[in-house]
Design a protein around this ligand. Structure first.
Ligand code: GDP
Length: 444
């Protein structure tokens, strides 16, 4: 993820401010240096970095922290606001009928992004169609078709045709029933005149509501020329950054945003159609800084719930932060997580659980593999309501009874109880994490 190590290095530096009510110039210098180092490593343009650090420095020293705010929270809030300013707003993508055209160099991730976006729109209740006009890259048709199938969305392409403009025209006609048309275009290794004139022609036929530039997160400052040329020819309304799972960079994409006067629309972080999210500056930065992101988590949980058809378990992740963590909570959580993807990613989204805290936990604290989950399920089925609500009441004789009832060994029961204890402790740890005010401030 972009600026991946910023959160942890910054947390370390900020922690030195704990207990202080005023901040010194040296403190600010140290923090600004950390931020500069991370941003430059992530390929963010030097002048953008300098502007940002000046602003953080000035504001930290000059602005009066609101009453009761610690020096640490004061600086953290300023850093947060400035970083949100740096990444800019999110491109507006209304949930309505529209045509979106994708542009970018070959290999940037256009075809993948087209299918991902279609999947995203379909989850929002719209009916998307992907139109593949790439006649240049061998295999583009098959790949696009396969991905659209995986996303379970409508697809149009013509492997035998060689005129992309005609394919675009036919595609729009053939998929006229769809609400959202996503038109994928051909890329080249470098920007060549024939690519530019081809894409301009497609644009004039498609008349897109928005054109998005697809950029590999690892692109670096080469993004600048590319962005300008695409912007000059078709006008770029937003950027989709791909392959964020593979790089700690991403600064080049910010340069492209700057160059085109556009904003970031989507983030891609994997090869499957679900690995896409809307870019949301505040949640993106709070996650980066390890402040978690409840909104994202809630969305994922909702999706997971829909998919498991476990609607009656109206489990709210915020419940995790309140009260006692029972075996019932653990069971619901395991079910939901089964559908949400890797646990560490989910945990990164919970306030206070990002980066640092996960590293401090024993390796197996959150290691609930599918097999173990299934055994745990069976065991829990043999427990009484009272035991599920209050696992501490389970003594040796209950362990024996549950083992017999579930056909599992007594060790397996004890393992479940240990796992629950570890998870309960973890939950308590983040319930009790400081910065309560800060988190409330960040949660809009
Ligand atoms: P195009 O030439 O612009 O259409 O690019 P493709 O969509 O074919 O993507 C090029 C390669 O990058 C493919 O192997 C994709 O699977 C891969 N790819 C695309 N997006 C992502 C991403 O977000 N993460 C990862 N790891 N790979 C990606």
């Amino acid at each position: 993820m972009v600026l991946d190590d910023l959160g942890s290095s910054l947390r370390g530096t900020l922690d030195k401010l704990r207990g202080k009510s005023r901040i010194s110039e040296e403190d600010v210098d140290e923090i600004v240096k950390e931020i500069q180092r991370s941003l430059l490593q992530a390929d963010v343009d030097v002048s953008l970095v300098m502007d940002l650090s000046d602003s953080i420095k000035e504001r930290s020293l000059e602005e009066e922290p609101p009453g009761g705010t610690s020096a640490r929270d004061h600086v953290l809030r300023i850093v947060y606001e400035e970083l949100v300013g740096l990444v800019g707003d999110s491109t507006e993508i209304p949930l309505e009928s529209q045509t979106i055209m994708l542009a970018g160099l070959q290999g940037s991730g256009k075809t993948t992004t087209a299918a991902k976006m279609a999947w995203w729109f379909s989850k929002k209740g719209l009916r998307p169609a992907v139109i593949q006009t790439d006649t240049f890259r061998p295999g583009a048709y098959d790949q696009a078709k396969q991905m659209a199938d995986r996303a379970e969305v409508e697809f149009y392409g013509d492997p035998d045709a060689d005129d992309p403009v005609q394919i675009a025209r036919d595609g729009l006609e053939a998929t006229a029933d769809a609400d959202v048309h996503i038109v994928d275009t051909a890329g080249r290794h470098a920007l060549e005149d024939d690519l530019i004139s081809e894409i301009e022609e497609i644009e004039s036929v498609v008349e897109p509501d928005r054109s998005l530039l697809v950029l590999d997160a690892a692109i670096g400052q080469g993004a600048k020329d590319q962005a300008r040329q695409f912007d000059d020819s078709i006008g770029i309304d937003g950027v989709a950054i791909t392959k964020l799972d593979g790089t700690a960079k991403g600064g080049g994409a910010l340069t492209a945003v700057d160059e085109t006067g556009s904003t970031i629309a989507f983030l891609g972080s994997g090869e499957t159609v679900q690995d896409i999210e809307r870019f949301e500056p505040d949640s993106f930065i709070s996650r980066l800084l390890g402040m978690g992101d409840l909104k994202q988590l809630t969305e994922r949980v909702e999706r997971a719930m829909e998919e498991t058809q476990e609607g009656e378990d109206d489990w709210d992740p915020e419940d995790l932060m309140k009260g006692e963590f029972t075996l019932k909570d653990m069971r619901k959580q395991m079910k939901a997580m089964d559908n949400m993807g890797p646990l560490d990613q989910v945990m990164d989204m919970i306030p206070g659980m990002g980066g640092g805290l996960m590293d401090q936990l024993p390796d197996d604290a959150m290691d609930v593999t599918q097999d173990r989950m299934r055994n745990f399920e069976v065991i829990m089925d043999s427990m009484t309501e009272a035991e599920l609500e209050n696992p501490r009441s389970i003594g040796a004789s209950q362990v024996r009874r549950i083992a017999k009832g579930s056909g599992q060994s007594e060790d397996a029961i004890r393992e479940l109880l240990d796992q629950h204890k570890m998870m309960a402790q973890t939950m308590k740890q983040f319930q009790g994490m400081g910065d309560g005010d800060m988190q409330r401030m960040m949660k809009k």
